[in-house]
Design a protein around this ligand. Structure first.
Ligand SMILES: Cc1ncc(COP(=O)(O)O)c(C=O)c1O
Length: 441
């Protein structure tokens, strides 16, 4: 019965996926409402219960291919950050396209992806021994490769003790974090970096693999040129930092790897010289920030929130998606992507424009331009201003549906149980669980 729920495409995907059997069983069990989806029955988006997190399969695949093509053409490995989608199916699509493994933020995420068979970089400074014990135990049980990140002497000591007392049987791969100007985590290049690398190198239980950074300050840029400037400065800084570390430790450090990355910087970077790996995350879905910066167009957004207008008054259309669905995020790092809580268009307009299809590239841009901004949120309600409508805007109607491009798609995905996956016709072809949702420990 469950097999009938899968589209031919995702069935092929599932067969190709060497996931642990228990995980696949769990994922299938979580395909709620899936019983309605048979090969002969398609479910149109207008029949899906709202609010729903909708994924356009073709756009998702195109985004995965585009980023992989950037990595391949520039001669760097792609290790996508899965904090965006938290989905084993999407990670498998990334790996099938050429990704070398995944990047995770939190141990909870790492455990899901190690168990799923993914070579995992835990890119977060872990200073609690119990957290590392859990992750290392999963790496041993799953035989998936684990690499941790450190940015302090305390972090080095914790990682070394956890690795030493474990049954790992080999030194634990370790990256040292560089502060590339965001001032969140990492040490500045120079003496503090070379000292920290020496500390890792001196621990027999750890194996220094490389240095990494994340130029999250790119979220504060105003355009693509600004992102390119930040990205190229990051490349130069990391090239210099790697040279310092190599010369401080001798020729055997020639294999030191340099890892960088975010969606905005990878879509804008000119200079990849000296880099080995990029770690963008958001590119699979896109959202208000890459749109604001002109790094992506409306047709590149694969994740939208489907909501229903449940009430109208002379001021606002009220939808059934509030902060518990859209999050209160104004855009990564607090940058105000849309001057509200997302930008939306009406599903009915999309269907009229495209004769029942999912919307062409130009349709999407046009639909968004004459759409509406979600003005404010309460927990279960979104407020769409219906005053001061422009010449091309109409009033919404009770009962009709809107598709919202969120300010920031990553927290939206984390708040959801599942993705409703739509094919090129705009009909639902599958449902995928958000496997590591809520995994913040
Ligand atoms: C360490 C690290 N690497 C990579 C990324 C991916 O960035 P983005 O989602 O902007 O592509 C992030 C995002 O927070 C990060 O913290």
């Amino acid at each position: 019965m469950v097999a009938l729920c899968l589209s031919a495409e995702s069935r092929a995907l599932s067969l190709a996926v060497p996931l642990a059997a228990s995980l696949l069983a769990l994922a299938r069990a979580r395909r709620r409402d899936c019983r309605n989806l048979t090969a002969a029955t398609t479910v149109p988006l207008k029949s899906v219960d709202t609010p729903a997190i909708v994924l356009d399969l073709a756009t998702l695949k195109a985004n995965i291919q585009t980023m992989q093509a950037i990595a391949t053409s520039r001669g760097v490995a792609l290790r996508p950050h899965i904090k965006t989608h938290k989905s084993l199916v999407v990670a498998q699509m990334q790996r099938d396209a050429g990704a070398v493994g995944v990047t995770c933020s939190k141990p909870d995420e790492a455990i899901v992806f190690l168990r799923g068979g993914f070579d995992t970089l835990l890119a977060y400074p872990i200073v609690a021994r119990s957290k590392l014990d859990r992750v290392i135990a999963e790496a041993i049980a799953s035989t998936s490769r684990l690499c941790v990140m450190v940015d302090s002497a305390a972090g080095v000591q914790t990682a070394a003790a956890a690795a030493r007392d474990s049954a790992l049987g080999a030194a634990l791969d370790t990256m040292v974090k560089v502060d590339g100007g965001m001032h969140r985590c990492g040490v500045p290049p120079g003496e503090r970096l070379t000292e920290l690398c020496s500390l890792v190198d001196a621990e027999p239980a750890l194996s220094l693999k490389g240095i990494m950074t994340h130029a999250g300050q790119s979220y504060g840029a105003v355009d693509k040129a600004g992102c390119a400037k930040i990205a190229d400065a990051e490349t130069a800084l990391m090239r210099g930092a790697a040279a310092d570390v190599r010369s401080s430790r001798g020729s055997y450090f020639g294999g030191l790897r340099v890892s960088v990355g975010s969606t905005l910087t990878e879509l804008a970077r000119n200079d990849f010289e000296g880099l080995h790996e990029i770690r963008p995350g958001n590119y699979v879905f896109m959202d208000g920030t890459p749109l604001r910066l002109g790094l992506a167009g409306a047709s590149d957004v694969s994740l939208t929130v489907l909501a229903t207008v449940v009430s109208m008054n002379e001021h606002y259309a009220i939808i059934d998606a509030g902060s518990k669905v859209l999050s209160s995020d104004k855009g990564a790092h607090g940058t105000d992507a849309f001057g509200g809580h997302g930008r939306c268009w009406a599903l009915d307009d999309e269907q009229r424009d495209t004769s029942g299809g999912a919307g062409t590239a130009s349709d999407r841009a046009e639909l968004l331009s004459r759409g509406w901004t979600v003005t404010k949120l309460s927990e279960e309600h979104g407020w769409i201003d219906q005053t001061n409508l422009g010449a091309t805007q109409r009033r919404l109607r009770v009962g009709e549906r809107v598709r919202i491009v969120p300010n920031h798609s990553c927290p939206v995905a984390n708040l959801a149980d599942e993705y409703v996956v739509v094919g090129p016709s705009g009909d639902v072809v599958d449902r995928w669980p958000v496997d590591a949702r809520g995994g913040v420990h």
